[in-house]
Design a binder for this molecule. Structure first.
Ligand SMILES: NC(=O)c1ccc[n+]([C@@H]2O[C@H](COP(=O)([O-])OP(=O)(O)OC[C@H]3O[C@@H](n4cnc5c(N)ncnc54)[C@H](OP(=O)(O)O)[C@@H]3O)[C@@H](O)[C@H]2O)c1
Length: 268
């Protein structure tokens, strides 16, 4: 039986997407760390939409997690024909003051695990000559972001990696899509520790900037998928922003962002 695997499905964009996919009769494998939330959601999706909804509780900041997840899907005979690499975490504040291990864990989750999941699940898709892979990046993938240095760099990696494999996958009938949300009202800042004094300037941004809801973002993702897009920035203002940023030199953007962050911090 065919399944869609969504990482980061216990909350935010991943949860909203899982609900919408269940409505569209996708069988699901939900992945995140919080087993209690996943268990509740999978039961709710099975009862409400009559689909199969399984879950695997795993910490994708651990190197072995993608291999364990892949093995479990093989053991259960779940044919994963759509993979959504959505799980991700941020970090904010002056780089030198951030916890190094947390920054390395961020890279493991946002990058190394995403690469491993893509590699593992792509093999059977190539054999079947069908499949879909969606990698979730961010507006931060369009320019370096001072005081969010590692996070933004991790999303630049996701963008470059995904755009490259998009072409490699075409002969195998695997649709690859890079999806970039902008600021979205989720638990993201809380999880990233941006709501503390180190990320206070960034948090102020988050509160005042235009944001989408996870529901709106999930709708855009599915629309982009339906129209066979390989690349989509969520939200019309975000799309415009990404186009403007692409025209400006990185040095100008980083100077402006750093100054505005420092000013906000001084005002707090
Ligand atoms: N919110 C925004 O403003 C925004 C903007 C641009 C891009 N994005 C991207 O959108 C994606 C989803 O973020 P979100 O806003 O929905 O954030 P969120 O509400 O914090 O949700 C993140 C999801 O990832 C899971 N997760 C976190 N660490 C994990 C780990 N070590 N192993 C496995 N799962 C883990 C979380 O579940 P557990 O805690 O249960 O593990 C949760 O289900 C991320 O890739 C993020 O970078 C978000």
């Amino acid at each position: 039986m065919k399944y869609t695997l969504v990482t980061g499905a216990s909350g935010g964009i991943g949860e909203a997407l899982a609900i919408k996919l269940a409505k569209k009769k996708h069988n699901l494998v939900l992945v995140a760390r919080n087993a209690e939330k996943l268990s509740k959601l999978s039961k709710q999706l099975q009862e409400t939409y009559g689909v199969q909804a399984a879950y695997i509780a795993a910490d994708l900041a651990k190197q072995e997690a993608p291999f364990q997840i892949f093995q479990e899907t093989r053991r259960q005979n779940w044919e994963i024909d759509m993979l959504v690499n959505n799980a991700g975490i941020g970090s904010g504040g002056e780089f030198a003051t951030l916890n190094l291990q947390s920054e390395l864990d961020l890279m493991q989750l946002n990058n190394a695990s995403l690469v491993a999941m893509t590699h593992l699940f792509m093999q059977p898709m190539r054999d079947r000559k069908s499949g879909t892979i969606i990698n979730v990046a961010s507006l931060a993938a369009f320019a370096p972001v001072p005081y969010m240095a590692t996070y933004a760099a991790s999303k630049v990696f996701v963008r470059s990696f995904t755009e490259a494999i998009t072409e490699e996958c075409k002969p195998y009938n695997i649709q690859v899509m890079l999806f970039a949300p902008g600021l979205t009202k989720t638990n993201f800042n809380e999880a990233a520790g941006i709501n503390n004094e180190k990320g206070a300037g960034l948090n102020a941004d988050y509160q005042t900037a235009a944001t989408q809801t996870p529901d709106e973002v999930a709708d855009e993702l599915l629309q982009a998928l339906n129209t066979k897009k390989h690349f989509h920035v969520s939200g019309s203002r975000n799309r415009l922003g990404s186009r403007i940023v692409a025209l400006l030199p990185n040095a100008m953007i980083t100077r402006f962002m750093a100054k505005s962050y420092q000013k906000k911090l001084a005002l707090l």
